[in-house]
Design a protein. Structure first.
Length: 76
């Protein structure tokens, strides 16, 4: 399991829990779900459209990776 913290404007907006990324296909599927979570958070008023940072953590809260994404991103 991996935990994804979605940060925007220097604040934690929401988190997402998903499977560990092993293959390129897994990466695309997880990224699709992360963008979907961000779009859902826009409807709830805790997120804005545009770019955001994703911080990837393990189950102990140790940061493993981070990357930038956008609510306009699509992964195919």
């Amino acid at each position: 399991m991996r935990f994804y913290q979605l940060m925007q404007y220097g604040r934690l907006c929401c988190t997402h829990c998903d499977k560990e990324i092993i293959t390129e296909k897994d990466l695309k599927e997880v990224c699709k779900r992360i963008v979907a979570k961000a779009k859902e958070s826009i409807k709830n008023g805790v997120f804005s459209t545009g770019a955001f940072e994703v911080i990837v953590c393990n189950d102990k809260g140790v940061e493993l990776d981070n990357f930038f994404c956008s609510t306009d991103s699509t992964y195919s």
